[in-house]
Write a protein of this length. Structure first.
Ligand code: HEC
Length: 197
């Protein structure tokens, strides 16, 4: 009796592992954690913990090179969660559920012991983009865009509503190098993309 049960158990285990090995990589790759939340009305809650994700690049558009007021001032620190990064690294594609956070910082000093330049000042803004084929099925590329930025000196917004596609998405669609993401400015993602090393 016990042997029969054991045999059956071993058979079930074998069948399951054989089946598991047939699950396409792409499907398995979709299973990433989503370190963000939407409220009941579909607003994105302010992401937390992103400074511990993977830092992919730091474009800078200083006010003094943009007629005194850059459209997105000034340093842009961009982060991606390690799960989504790992999938990008192995498949070369951003999995469903990917979030990228862009934290804006002012330019602080312009002179340091290392020389003249632009040095990080204060945190002044927070934006995010999320790819979701279900929730944002009507957005081009399934990417939606959010901003938690408030006038300088005020705390960031706690929740943000997705912008209409004419406000943000259009520019990413037109100019971003890889699936709406400006990887041309993120050396860490360029280096991670398979076949591009
Ligand atoms: C005129 C073009 C343009 C518009 C409009 C635009 N962006 Fe971007 N965005 C960029 C560029 C270029 C980068 C990368 C370089 C940089 O940060 O300067 C970027 C990067 C980002 C990133 C980092 C991840 C990524 O996709 O590369 C986020 C998040 C982001 N933008 C959010 C927004 C939000 C929110 C809006 C609307 C309020 C918006 N963007 C509108 C040009 C644009």
């Amino acid at each position: 009796m016990i042997f029969k049960l054991l045999n059956r158990l071993i058979l079930v285990l074998c069948v399951t592992s054989v089946l598991a090995s047939f699950v396409p990589n792409a499907l398995a790759a979709e299973k990433i954690s989503r370190p963000y939340k939407f409220d009941k009305s579909g607003n994105l809650e302010q992401p937390k913990g992103y400074r511990e994700w993977i830092f992919v690049g730091s474009p800078v558009t200083p006010n003094d090179m943009n007629s005194g007021k850059a459209a997105f001032p000034e340093f842009h620190h961009v982060y991606i969660p390690s799960d989504a990064y790992n999938v990008y690294k192995s498949t070369g594609a951003f999995p469903n559920g990917t979030i990228l956070v862009k934290e804006l910082l002012s330019v602080g000093d312009k002179q340091a012991p290392s020389g003249k330049g632009y040095f990080n000042g204060d945190f002044i803004g927070l934006e995010a983009t999320i790819k979701d084929t279900k929730r944002f099925k009507d957005e081009p590329g399934n990417w939606a865009y959010f901003s938690f930025t408030t006038p300088i000196g005020q705390p960031h917004k706690k929740i943000a509503k997705a912008f209409g596609k004419n406000k943000c998405n259009f520019c990413h669609q037109a100019f971003a190098k890889d699936d709406w993401v400006f990887t041309q400015y993120y050396p860490v993602l360029r280096a991670a993309k398979p076949g591009r090393k």
